[in-house]
Design a protein around this ligand. Structure first.
Ligand code: AKG
Ligand code: FE2
Length: 352
């Protein structure tokens, strides 16, 4: 965290070469850059984002996350997310499974609802540990607002390329509808005797639409389609990492990719250090039905026509989908391998 000099990311581990997308160019409608975004979004669903303008807000939010994680465990547990499929709040290390055998995860995190951050000092969903509430105005809301801006621009550009009418993506992600959108600060304690490929956060696809991720140490890995194994995403100073989640895969009839990823201990010398990461997850409004937007785009309708019948018809809303996934990854709700399966999204479509 602040003031600590971290060892460099090693140059002899397998990495995935993500495209670097310039947020300012996308915002200004640069056609070439939007084409590059489209390539990244359809081929891997992950890219680096530069010129996003959220570095200071991310730093402040990291500090709020660090102050929160410094609290005694029993204090943090007063704000636990609970077993009912609600994500907002604290999750202790070991609270979730990382695989179908019920191996516990090794990360703790605090999730702050976007609705709560925007409504503060009013409470929409719940209250938070003191450092979060103390920095709601100075860190949590500013980071949330920047993340919303970045997300809206990227989702609108993708919606346009999908042939959707203006405002279609915005309607699925309205600020005045409650949603699972949230800011998450994650800590994986360093220095543990762990094999480098033991997952601290199990293989998953993200639940929502767009994840805007900031990390300093390695450990994030993706499984590129058709690849021979997991590849690290090397953190690049000043660059965020963006990835698409299941909702965008479903809305687009599979044209946009929600790729499998996981977190393992940081590679080599970096493993001795605590790993921190920060994500803003943009998720559709709770009432939005997760199904292809075929009625609004012939490109999507054609993609759906080529896919097995009903493949993208989840028959459920974003709110229900999200809650199911949260609920069944919790070890307290585990009955057996079926619980893990009940926590899955579009992972089964992956080739790995
Ligand atoms: O910590 C990271 O780098 C990624 C975290 C992640 O994939 C998640 O929280 O969904
Ligand atoms: Fe993720």
């Amino acid at each position: 965290m602040p003031g600590i000099t971290l060892p460099p990311f090693p140059d002899d581990v397998p990495t995935v070469p993500l495209l670097v997308i310039d947020f300012e160019l996308i915002k200004n409608g640069d056609v070439n850059e939007i084409n590059r975004l489209w390539t990244a979004a359809t081929e891997l669903g992950f890219w680096y984002l530069k010129n996003h303008g959220a570095e200071e807000e991310a730093d402040a939010m990291f500090e709020t996350g660090a102050a929160t994680m410094d609290l005694p465990l029993d204090e943090k547990m007063k704000f636990e997310q609970g077993d009912a499929g609600v994500s907002f709040g604290y999750k202790c290390a070991g609270g979730n499974a990382v695989d179908e055998t019920g191996t516990p995860d090794a990360v703790e995190f605090i999730n702050v609802s976007r609705d709560d951050a925007l409504a503060w000092p009013a409470t929409v969903h719940r209250t938070y540990p003191a450092p979060v509430e103390a920095h709601m105005d100075t860190a949590v809301r500013p980071f949330t607002l920047k993340s919303i801006e970045v997300s809206n621009v990227l989702l609108a550009a993708l919606g346009d390329r999908l042939g959707l009418p203006d405002g279609t993506m915005a309607k699925a992600h309205k600020l005045d509808e409650h949603s699972g959108s949230e800011t998450r600060c994650i800590k994986a304690a360093g220095g543990r005797e762990l094999s480098p490929d033991k997952a601290s956060l199990g293989a998953h696809t993200d639940f929502g639409s767009l994840s805007f991720l900031h990390n300093r140490l390695g450990g994030l890995q993706v499984f590129p389609p058709g690849s021979d194994g997991w590849k690290y995403v090397k953190p690049l100073p000043g660059h965020a990492i963006c990835n698409l989640g299941d909702a965008m895969n479903i809305f687009s009839g599979g044209i946009l990719r929600s790729n499998l990823h996981r977190v393992v201990p940081p590679p080599k010398e970096q493993a001795a250090y605590d790993r921190w990461s920060l994500v803003h997850f943009t998720r559709p409004g709770n009432s939005v039905v997760l199904e292809p937007m075929s009625a609004h785009s012939s490109m999507i309708a054609e993609a759906v026509a080529k896919a097995p019948a009903g493949k993208f018809n989840t028959g459920t809303t974003a709110g229900v989908w999200f809650s199911r996934r949260i609920q069944y990854q919790r070890l307290k709700n585990r009955t057996g391998p079926e619980s893990w399966r009940a926590s899955r999204g579009t992972e089964h479509q992956e080739v790995y």
